[in-house]
Design a protein around this ligand. Structure first.
Ligand code: SF4
Length: 369
């Protein structure tokens, strides 16, 4: 399990190693076809900042080779904001006195129909808080069955589960699972996640092994940018990705680097990542792993998403509502985070086309299940 692997790496030593990288280390990394973790650290280090243009060109080249001129489109469906956890940075935090909504199956159906009217989406990301008795495996299985006729590709972003539960859901149309480790800093992780199952670091970080063992076709991972030193966190994530590729090589992987937005809980990010730094990180990951899907959500602005489209990003959400029931009506329920790109899916698709790329709505078929 990755938790045992992670123990081999010291957080502070990793931070120090990244800080000690030089221009020479960056040049060595850029001269290689296949990078190791040391090279990756060089590319995300401050020493790589003057090499951004060169990194962008390399990232563009690898992306074009592996993905062509395409951007895969997906949309999230928030089915429940009930949550027993108390993540200090999240509007769905158990302690926040907001209206809790768990959609009925009829409401899920209505949301699916509303989404289909927004654009020809086939990739649906089903998102839920963590409240096992309300939105646990039984509920999710039913949601998947309701959504299946409307979408060819179903992914969930919900509580980490047992291997047998992941397997069970793959039998009901589940194709992918997204889970954010949030941070790999185990000690501080406990401060950000003080209660509920999410407070158990080991359970969460080993969840990816359980997904792989259950045969989940695609695994999405990420850290929340704003909690800890982002360079150290993404290095741990790169190690995690390498480990997963070695052990669950049949699975496809995607990554995402959400930059924290203000939430209802009023949490102020401890670390702020600039656009330039996010671009550097995106290029570094593409140069490190040519095949990984890199996703940008509507947290990012339209202009930044457009600029990054040709330089490493391969999938984007559009038209997102981050509150349960948001596609059918404007409910009282609170959004999980503020959306920055509020354009319609068809407007986003039109821009992708105008930039010479193709928006891909469907890249999986039920027949492969
Ligand atoms: S981040 Fe997820 S688990 Fe944490 S409070 Fe929000 S919805 Fe619940």
């Amino acid at each position: 399990m990755f938790y045992d692997e992670l123990k081999k790496y010291d957080w502070n030593e990793t931070t120090k190693a990244i800080g000690s990288k030089t221009a020479r280390d960056v040049e060595i990394a850029l001269s290689k076809e296949h990078l190791n973790i040391d090279d990756f650290m060089a590319l995300i280090s401050p020493a790589a900042s003057p090499y951004l243009e060169q990194m962008a060109q390399l990232s563009h080249r690898y992306t074009l080779e592996r993905f062509g001129k395409t951007i895969s489109m997906y949309i999230p469906l928030y089915v429940s904001n009930a949550c027993t956890n108390a993540c200090v940075y999240c509007g769905f935090n158990h302690a926040n006195p907001l209206t809790r909504v768990t959609l009925s199956l009829e409401q899920v159906k209505a949301e699916c129909e509303a989404i289909r009217k927004l654009g020809p989406f086939e990739n649906l990301l089903i998102v839920s808080g963590e409240f096992p008795s309300l939105n646990g495996v039984d509920y999710l299985e039913k949601v998947l069955k309701v959504a299946r006729p409307y979408f060819n590709n179903l992914t969930i972003e919900v509580m980490p589960m047992k291997e047998r539960d992941y397997y069970r859901l793959t039998q009901s149309g589940l194709n992918g699972v997204v889970c954010f480790q949030e941070t790999y800093h185990e000690e501080n992780y406990r401060n950000y996640h003080p209660r509920g199952m999410k407070s158990i670091f080991e359970w969460r970080v080993n969840g990816f092994d359980r997904m792989g063992a259950a045969g989940v076709h695609k695994i999405g991972m990420g850290v929340l940018i704003g909690l800890e030193d982002w360079r150290t966190d993404v290095t741990m994530m790169a190690r995690h990705l390498q480990y997963l590729r070695r052990n669950y090589w049949r699975t496809r992987y995607s990554i995402n680097f959400p930059r924290m937005c203000p939430a209802e809980g009023g949490y102020t990010p401890k670390v702020v990542m600039s656009d330039r730094e996010l671009a550097q990180l995106t290029f570094a990951f593409r140069i490190f792993d040519h095949d990984v899907d890199i996703s940008y959500s509507t947290r990012e602005s339209p202009s930044f998403r457009a600029n990054m489209m040709k330089l490493g990003v391969t999938s984007m959400s559009a038209g997102s509502k981050t509150e349960p029931g948001g596609y059918v009506s404007t409910p009282d329920a609170l959004e999980q985070f503020e959306v920055t790109d509020s354009r319609t899916p068809l407007q986003v698709a039109a821009e992708i086309k105008a930039l010479g790329y193709e928006p891909v709505w469907k890249d999986w078929d039920k027949i492969f299940d």
